[in-house]
Design a protein around this ligand. Sequence first.
Ligand SMILES: Nc1nc2c(c(=O)[nH]1)N[C@H]1C(S)=C(S)[C@@H](COP(=O)(O)OP(=O)(O)OC[C@H]3O[C@@H](n4cnc5c(=O)[nH]c(N)nc54)[C@H](O)[C@@H]3O)O[C@H]1N2
Ligand SMILES: Nc1nc2c(c(=O)[nH]1)N[C@H]1C(S)=C(S)[C@@H](COP(=O)(O)OP(=O)(O)OC[C@H]3O[C@@H](n4cnc5c(=O)[nH]c(N)nc54)[C@H](O)[C@@H]3O)O[C@H]1N2
Ligand code: SF4
Ligand SMILES: [Mo]
Length: 737
Amino acid sequence: MTSRREFIKISGATVGAATVGSGFVNKFWGLDRDAVEDPNTDGDKVVPTFCELCFWKCGVLAHVRNGRVTKIVGNPDHPLSRGHLCPRGTGGMGLLYDPDRLKKPLLRRSNKRGGQDFEEVSWAKALDFTAEKLMKIKRDCGPDKVALFSHGYGGSFFKHLLFAYGSGNVTAPSYGQCRGPREVGFNLTFGSSLGSPEVLDIENSRVLTLIGSHLGENMHNTQVQDFARAIAKGAEVVVVDPRFSTAAGKARHWLPIKPGTDLALLLAWMHVIVKEELYDAAYLEKYATGLPELRKHLEDKTPEWAFTETTIPPEKIVETARFIAGARPASLVHPGRHTTWYGDDTQRSRAIAILNALLGSWGRRGGIFIPASMPVPKYPCPDYAAPPKTAQDHPDGTVYPFADEVLSHGVCDATVPGKIMTSGCPIKGWIVYGTNLIQALPQRQQVIEAAQHLDLMVAIDVLPAEITGYADVVLPEATYLERWDDAGPTPWREPFLAIRQPVVDPLYESKPGWWIAKELANRMELGAYFPWDDAGKMVEARLRKGGYDFDLLKAKGVIRGKRVPVTTEDGLELTFATPSKKIELYSKRMAEAGASPMPEYTRHPQPADGQFRLLFGRTPTHTFGRTTNNRFLSEVTNENEVWLSAKVARERGLSNGDRVVLVNQDGVRSEPVRLKATQRIRHDCVFVVHGYGHSSPGLKFAKGRGMDDSRLVTKIAVDPLAGSTGMSVNFVTVERA
Ligand SMILES: Nc1nc2c(c(=O)[nH]1)N[C@H]1C(S)=C(S)[C@@H](COP(=O)(O)OP(=O)(O)OC[C@H]3O[C@@H](n4cnc5c(=O)[nH]c(N)nc54)[C@H](O)[C@@H]3O)O[C@H]1N2
Ligand SMILES: Nc1nc2c(c(=O)[nH]1)N[C@H]1C(S)=C(S)[C@@H](COP(=O)(O)OP(=O)(O)OC[C@H]3O[C@@H](n4cnc5c(=O)[nH]c(N)nc54)[C@H](O)[C@@H]3O)O[C@H]1N2
Ligand code: SF4
Ligand SMILES: [Mo]
């Protein structure tokens, strides 16, 4: 195992390998404290691939010596990494060589789900068992009674398998518990959503406004690099956050808003911008509809009114509105990513979208670009026998009128007999790929209850995460450094194509996802849908058919296409896929669905005296619970702490470093956790990094470290438009442990 010193050196090597500005970027984020070059970690072979420590897909170069990966650095040719990685990406060996990895297929021994009581079995036995159960569900109840929960790039083979099987129930918490409302809000306004990686031209922004979005702690590599570059070029930042985030430390204006009131601020900003005619009139004239209705709607949304909601002084609201408008169109109000906060999140995202429209930033340099990509032809494959059946999560289609993906918590509900009306029997089978539903979904008891009703749960994972304990069969996947995945375009500022290829052979008996999906297909008479022997060959055939130089791709990991216009400044003509073919400031579709056609502020319950709103976020060195067992990354941070206002702590006789317990409104108690008494947070909320407090005994390093915030999320506020679950609606008291 590499020591802390070596790990830091490895990070240092990343800095060394970087291109222009990287030293600055690392200094900017305070990441290069011990950075040293270490040629001792150079490999005798370097294999390019892309990262899976989060979902940003940065290109990496993996150094290999004597069959072992010795370091991972950024691929300078890859537009998402540009030669350097975030701290997590450098720590991929901590996953590859994690001694707690799943090593062999497991079959559950006892009847009780959740007990982690398994026997090791052969692949043949595990796959036969799974395929037989899936066939039985199909025979008895129909194929649409199986759902796939899938997070991460490798899930594509299982989606294909599920569609071939005849089910359309593909879902992920990264929609209904993450970016769902943002995608819906932007889609309703511009006819297009933002996707991942987000299509934001932060590097060229002159003013960047962050509502939450804690860049610098939220470590999406390209965005934080762009953020640092923008500031180096003189950009200014406005941060709206109840907490003095890392980004707030770089900001001209920090607005410590009362949590849950952002929509009031957004409306008041727009009030000022419209009243003072600071908007981009020519842009709106050409591209938008609904300005008169919006003007009327905003009349009474004054800064004085917003002050009473947000606690931001009216003068400050006016000043920042003018400041933001002064930089248009290179003034970007970041759409956020984790936007499932209070249940009116689609409306808040709509307000952010409309504000961007007023600034003229959609399709503009320094705003939101229209991405380019390099298409990859399909591998010849039969059509799916029947169109995938309708989703089971909200079957009559009217409950959440704008949900455009299947909702994970809805699938849980549809698994419990009689809980929501679906035709025929409830959902009987879950395939869970790369998502730890126990930590990712709110209202854990309901997830666990749903699991108890299943005929089959198969978990495909690399680690014994909590969810694997509830599965009937656990299939150990090879990590991203040990496998091929499918090839596909990543829409971005410049067109490029990258491949994921194995760096080393799979350890233990782990197998790549493509192999697992194909073997299951063969056992269910669906082999025709996987008409290739090996995913590497399939990827090669697809890319060669597309006219790409596969040998170059293998050697470099990435090829770049010719730049095309992505903003009006480059000569792009903007089009909008809305019903009116224009930006819809007023949404007829929303009115028809019975929703407010322009964002309407709702007042949310606030914590009582002695209670605090539980907020959560990220730390630069971890991706939720996905990496908290990674010993390399944990050399830097190995537990979370609870942020509480220093004044409040003092009044309660608590000091920095004390062990405390959080107790939520339903009496659920957290694990004991260290207190961070700080002036950097408002008095009415506490903040904690998500992904700690693991309980799975198999996660020998992470188990019992820090607290698990999601256990306290027993209450949700469901967004009536996107169907997503607002999770920042839980209140806690703080007790000494
Ligand atoms: N290092 C690292 N980076 C990551 C991830 C990771 O796990 N680790 N995860 C990735 C993923 S999947 C996602 S979705 C993103 C999430 O990252 P973001 O999209 O940035 O998440 P948010 O929930 O917007 O940000 C949390 C911030 O919002 C503030 N906040 C809480 N409530 C409110 C409120 O009512 N109003 C306002 N204005 N602010 C509020 C919190 O204080 C905190 O600073 O990060 C991505 N990047
Ligand atoms: N309370 C609370 N809940 C949240 C959030 C929060 O901040 N607080 N954040 C929300 C957000 S923004 C999101 S995006 C979701 C994300 O939540 P999840 O969808 O659960 O995402 P991860 O935590 O990344 O998923 C981790 C699982 O994937 C496994 N894994 C890692 N690599 C691989 C691989 O190569 N192959 C396979 N098969 N498995 C792999 C890990 O071992 C782990 O079990 O959670 C949401 N839920
Ligand atoms: S942002 Fe970091 S963890 Fe995510 S893909 Fe890039 S290097 Fe990997
Ligand atoms: Mo997310």
